[in-house]
Design a protein around this ligand. Structure first.
Ligand code: UT7
Length: 328
């Protein structure tokens, strides 16, 4: 069987226009700009329009990535959307996106790995390219977390946000591409963050709506403690598999959950903060989309140079985690 190196050949992102600042939140819940800024690093977040769904954001990010790759949607062999806020329970948002893009009748499916979604999606896509099954795969992380956020719950509404990031994957023709990927999960922590109702465990009813069970619930502090440990452990695996050390890393793009998590993770890896990409002050925590948007922004800002070794590490609901090392 063939084994080909896979590469993210282009990226695109889309952030909705509407902004909710910390000052806006002060008027909605018992919080302050000072608390949110110092405890999370977030100053503002972008929120989708009432009529905008995950597929709409995904579409905007996808057309930018396709344009940068210089290809049409007709050339795609597969579409993977990673999201915890799909347009609906089913059909998959990826199928809706396939139609919007005018792609061929290629396989299209969703991957649900919360904040680790983009790394999970890229990992799955890279298998199909690596083994020679497909040539061109679109992976899109799209989140409309504002739709499952309880805007009366200060534990969650101050951190989450909306956005989408896309990547086109193809076989690499040079030294650049994915060097290593590592994925993990622990369902023992499934109750730490999630939306209780609306699935088969607690189907939608008037009672579940009245009890606000369709909104995200999160034990933030428990997540925080696990996040730092697991993000470092995941990154260690990708680094070790590549036979490298943290000193070899040119750029680190972590999941954007909280600036204190990012700083603690970078410190344990001895990666200086000037090599770490942070966008949560502007974008908040966009779950699966965070890393995908951050990669696109870092490229657009000229922060990523050809040949750079870029490390990614993520952590989220599930619990899930993962890491990836690429040569740009
Ligand atoms: O993306 C992956 C999934 N999510 C995460 O990884 C999130 C990880 N967790 C976090 O980022 C943090 O835990 C939070 C930002 C959610 C919370 O920060 P924290 O430092 O862990 O705060 P805490 O929950 O321990 O609460 C500390 C205090 C409490 O008051 P008391 O009991 O000490 O009087 C809270 O009631 O801060 C209070 N508090 C707030 N105060 C003002 C909690 N949320 C707020 C708020 N504004 N928004």
């Amino acid at each position: 069987m063939k084994h080909r190196k896979t590469k993210i050949v282009s990226t695109g992102s889309y952030i909705p226009e509407t902004i909710i600042s910390n000052l806006d939140l002060e008027k909605m819940v018992d919080t302050s700009d000072e608390w949110i800024s110092t405890r999370t690093g977030i100053k503002k977040r972008h929120i989708a329009h009432e009529k905008e769904a995950a597929s709409d954001l995904a579409y905007q990010a996808s057309i930018k990535a396709l344009k940068k790759a210089g290809i049409s949607a007709k050339e795609l062999d597969m579409i993977i959307v990673t999201t915890i806020t799909p347009d609906m329970l089913f059909p998959a948002t990826a199928c809706v996106l396939q139609h919007m893009l005018g792609a061929k009748k290629i396989p299209a499916f969703d991957v649900e790995a919360a904040c680790s979604g983009f790394i999970y999606g890229v990992s799955i896509a890279s298998q199909f390219i690596s083994n020679g099954t497909y040539e061109t795969i679109l992976v899109v992380a799209s989140e409309t977390l504002s739709k499952i956020t309880d805007w009366e719950d200060r534990n969650t509404c101050v951190i989450f946000a909306d956005g989408a990031g896309a990547g086109v994957l193809r076989p690499s023709e040079d030294e650049s591409g994915i060097i290593s990927i590592y994925l993990g999960a622990d369902g023992e922590g499934a109750d730490i963050v999630g939306v209780p109702a609306g699935g088969s465990r607690m189907p939608a009813s008037i009672k579940t709506v009245e009890e606000r069970q369709h909104y995200m619930k999160m034990k933030g502090n428990e997540l925080f403690k696990r996040a730092v440990k697991v993000m470092v452990e995941a990154a260690d695996k990708a680094i070790k598999e590549a036979g490298l050390t943290y000193k070899d890393i040119d750029f680190f793009i972590p999941h954007q959950a909280n600036i204190r998590i990012i700083q603690a993770v970078a410190k344990r890896m001895s990666i200086p903060m000037d090599k770490v990409y942070v966008n949560l002050q502007e974008c908040g925590n966009m779950s699966a989309a965070s890393i995908a948007v951050a990669l696109d922004q870092a490229i657009e800002e000229g922060k990523v140079k050809k040949g750079d070794k870029i490390l990614f590490s993520c952590f989220g609901g599930g619990l899930t985690w993962g890491s990836m090392l690429i040569k740009w």
